[in-house]
Each structure stands twice: as C-alpha cells, then as structure tokens.
Design a protein around this ligand. Structure first.
Ligand code: MN
Length: 318
C-alpha cells in the first residue's frame, strides 16, 4: 500500500512502496525515495556525485543529479513500465543525497568518492550513482572492485575513455584505461557500446561501434553483451552521450550518429541475466538540455537499472 503523503522524500514511513506525490509538486528525491543517510535495512541506494571538473569540453554535469531527480518525478505511483511492478514493493530503497566535494580541492575528490561508495557498499546495498562527469566512475570502480574483485565493465558511451593518463590527472576521458591498469576491470570480458570516436588504445575491450548498434536489433545487442560477460560480476556505466544528441542534447561531449533512447532502453531491459554489482548514469548536463529531454532519458535509464535489481532481488528472495 502506497504512503498517502506529499513530500514522500522526508515523510515516508517505509523505505518500500511507491510514493503518491503529484508529479508536479513535492520535495524531490530520486523517484521520491526517502532522503536519508541511514543505511540500515536498505537494499538499494541512489547517490549523486555533483562533479564536472574533469570535463574536456562543456562543463555542467555537476547539475546532473538534481536534474535526474527532478525528471524522475514522472515515475509516480503506477507500476513502472516495462517492469509491470512497483519497483519498491520489496526493495527498500533510499536517496542518499549527494557526495560532498570541495570544489577548490580536486586532488581530494577521487578518495572522497571512493570512501563514500565504500561506506554505502559496506551496508550490503546495491549502489546506483548519478553523475557527475565520467571521471566519477573510476573511484566508484575502486570501491566496487575492493568488494567483488575485477568487474566486467558494460559501458554505454560515445567515447572509449581510454586516453593515456599520468598519475594524478583527473580526466573524464581516461577512466577506462586507468581502471584497466589498476586491475579494477576484467578487460577481456568488458564491452563498450555505441562508440563513435577513436582513442589510441582499446585495452583489449570489445567494442560495438555506433554503426554496429545502428545495424543490430536490441535483442542482438543484448545477446552479445550477455555472451561476452557471462556470469561474471558486472558494473554498468551509462554515459548519456551514448544516445544520439537528438535524444540527449544536454551533455558535455555530444557525438552525432548514436542510438535512440527507445533502442537502448530495450537493450537494458534484456540484461536481467547479468550479475550487476553496481551501476551509474553520468554526463547529464542540464544547461544544454531542452524540455528535460536528457534528464528524462537519464532518469529512465536509472529507473531501468533499479528495475533490473528489483527483479533480481525478487527472484533471489523467491
Ligand atoms: Mn564517457
């Protein structure tokens, strides 16, 4: 039974069940989840990292978490399409708020993010992070790999993010190369989807380029991912610039020739057999957005990731 309240983010009496706030009103949190720092009895955590100092082109992803939360108000009390269930019926889920970063001390940022993620993961909860630019995935991978070992990275992105890097640089275009060198990801079972630029190295990671995605069906794309990753622990990272700028104009480094949100959502829907240990949605920069197109896409992708986890939890709990 849903809580009959407004401002569910602060008035909720349970971490479960859908909220009933009007879509146009009330305090915002991701899908109106309880806004709390308490990790007790929590199955899933949504966390924001408002950081964009590693962007190479247009900054603004520091406003991503707020924009995604606002857009997520469209997910009301109804069963969530296409999952046909209240995602929160049995999945205690909170909005943990944002990671507090010192905008004047970027050198401290990676460790602040890693330590925050470590605290959340220590509770045993599933972590879904809202970026922030794509640099934030590196410290997130450090925290997840410390728990699960090297992860199969499933990366939706227009860019490989494998640019060469010197120790200590904070760059949203090099996190994959760094993660590979640090042994955070199992490159042989990792895969990148929607790539439409070239970088000097592929780190041995499988790539489905933009033109591959264009010619394949959602089912074919999902089948490649499932075969490549198998039952290894996986981390899903979704750079919103994977989508064509028509579907995600509000991002820092848009690249033409990408897939539609409809096609990619169909792919994600078919990834339920993956062993997903963590996920993020990054690079939503609302200042370049129109009519919330990008924020809605980002919040829907985030909702799908929670939906997959809700299904897996339900299956585990019988
Ligand atoms: Mn990226």
């Amino acid at each position: 039974m849903a809580n009959k309240t407004i401002d569910h983010a602060i008035t909720a009496t349970s971490l479960k069940s859908a909220a009933t706030d009007p879509t146009h009103a009330g305090i915002l949190s991701f899908m109106r989840r309880k806004y709390t720092k308490s990790l007790e009895g929590v199955d899933a955590v949504v966390w924001g990292i408002p950081f964009d100092a590693a962007t190479s082109n247009r900054p603004g992803a520091r406003f991503g978490p707020q924009a995604i939360r606002r857009a997520s108000a469209i997910f009301d009390n109804d069963p969530q399409y296409p999952f046909d269930r209240d995602l929160f019926e049995d999945m205690a889920t909170i909005d943990y708020g944002d990671c507090l970063l010192d905008y004047g001390n970027h050198a401290a940022t990676p460790e602040t993010i890693r330590a925050g993620a470590e605290t959340i993961l220590a509770s045993g909860a599933f972590l879904l992070t809202l970026g922030g630019d794509h640099f934030v995935t590196l410290p997130l991978l450090r925290a997840h790999a410390a728990v699960h070992g090297p992860l199969s990275l499933v990366q939706f992105d227009a860019h490989q993010d494998t640019w060469a890097d010197e120790k200590g640089r904070i760059d949203h275009g090099s996190f994959v190369g760094r993660a590979a060198r640090e042994g955070l990801i199992d490159t042989a079972s990792s895969i990148q989807l929607g790539i439409r630029t070239h970088a000097p190295e592929d780190c041995g990671i499988r790539i489905l380029y933009g033109y591959d995605i264009e010619e394949m069906s959602a089912g074919e794309i999902a089948a490649v991912i499932l075969r490549h990753v198998g039952d290894r622990p996986a981390y899903l990272t979704f750079d919103i610039d994977c989508l064509d700028p028509a579907y995600a104009p509000g991002t820092g480094t848009p690249v033409a020739g990408g897939p539609s949100s409809a096609k990619i959502l169909s792919v994600i829907r078919k990834l339920g057999a993956l062993t997903i240990k963590g996920a993020d949605v990054v690079e939503v920069a609302p200042a370049y957005d129109h009519a919330d197109i990008t924020a809605i896409a980002g919040s829907t992708i985030a909702m799908y990731m929670l939906g997959l986890h809700a299904e897996q939890l339900a299956e585990r709990r019988g």
